[in-house]
Design a protein around this ligand. Structure first.
Ligand SMILES: Nc1ncnc2c1ncn2[C@@H]1O[C@H](COP(=O)(O)OP(=O)(O)O)[C@@H](O)[C@H]1O
Ligand SMILES: [Mg+2]
Length: 271
């Protein structure tokens, strides 16, 4: 049985009546990672925010979002908040922005854990240290005593992942989690996601405009363009034997950029 089933999802801008997302359908099973690709503005973020109910109220969401058998679009705000906090974790592009710059990391992480779990302070400490170790964050106590501005974007992003894991969600939604990072940190964070896939049995939605990233983490792929699903299926099919012209175009563009890069590095091209 699938953990998440999205059926005929439509999102409309209620101010202009403009359709933003039309007839999106997909399913995710426990332990499965769905990669969503598509150019900027194609509706990836608002589709995922519809799942957690985090969209701007001007966006009208219609259709069905079944999570563990319950249609999230039919339940009350209160129970939605509980689901959102505990069972679905969202990791955003700029993890650093989620932290309040004037409060030490430790206090913020503890407050989040207190709000969503019944763990004691001691248990929270233990679970945070465990996942900081898993995320390869050295000197965890020193990090926790820091203010966010003292830490790099990559560290704060890893702390966001620590929090997400500590809440033991059934579904992790990562919306371009590596886009705002430099290349080396991107690699580290991506490595962390691969480890999560190996160690945890949760389901994941991983949004990225980078096909190479999706190729590394996803089991299945959904391609979006202008609010519509262009193609969906197993990664091996969508990325290596795409049917749709748009998917082929995305893949060939990526390959051209890679070839250009290699030629430039070999000195065959002049910038
Ligand atoms: N709060 C909002 N009000 C009106 N339109 C919005 C709002 N948020 C997003 N949109 C529009 O919805 C479309 C999809 O946006 P988004 O999901 O952020 O794209 P992506 O994540 O694929 O780059 C865009 O045309 C964007 O302008
Ligand atoms: Mg987005």
């Amino acid at each position: 049985m699938s953990l998440l089933t999205i059926k005929q999802l439509y999102i409309t801008d209620s101010h202009t009546n403009q359709p933003l997302v039309s007839d999106i359908n997909f399913q995710i099973k426990k332990g499965e990672t769905l990669g969503i690709i598509g150019e900027s503005g194609s509706g990836k973020t608002i589709t995922c925010r519809a799942i957690t109910g985090l969209n701007d109220s001007r966006l009208k969401v219609e259709g069905h979002i079944y999570f563990d058998g319950i249609d999230l679009l039919k339940v009350s705000e209160q129970s939605l908040r509980e689901q959102r906090g505990g069972e679905i974790a969202m990791i955003m592009q700029q993890g650093s922005r989620a932290f309040d710059p004037s409060t030490k990391v430790r206090k913020q992480m503890f407050e989040t854990m207190r709000a969503h779990t019944k763990l004691s302070l001691k248990e929270i400490e233990a679970v945070l240290l465990k996942y900081m170790d898993f995320m390869n964050l050295k000197q965890p106590k020193k990090i926790m005593q820091s203010y966010p501005f003292m830490l790099s974007g990559g560290m704060l992003q890893r702390l966001m992942i620590v929090l997400a894991l500590a809440l033991k969600p059934k579904l992790i939604i990562a919306d371009e989690p590596t886009t705002a990072l430099d290349t080396i940190t991107q690699y580290e964070v991506l490595e962390a996601f691969r480890n999560i896939k190996k160690e945890f049995d949760c389901a994941m939605i991983f949004i990225s405009h980078d096909l190479a990233v999706i190729n590394q983490v996803a089991d299945s792929v959904l391609v979006m363009k202008a609010g519509q699903c262009i193609e969906t299926g197993l990664k091996e099919t969508v990325l290596y034997q795409p049917e749709h012209t748009y998917t082929k175009y995305l893949i060939s563009t990526k390959q051209k950029i890679n070839q250009h890069f290699k030629k430039t590095m070999r000195g065959e091209l002049h910038a």
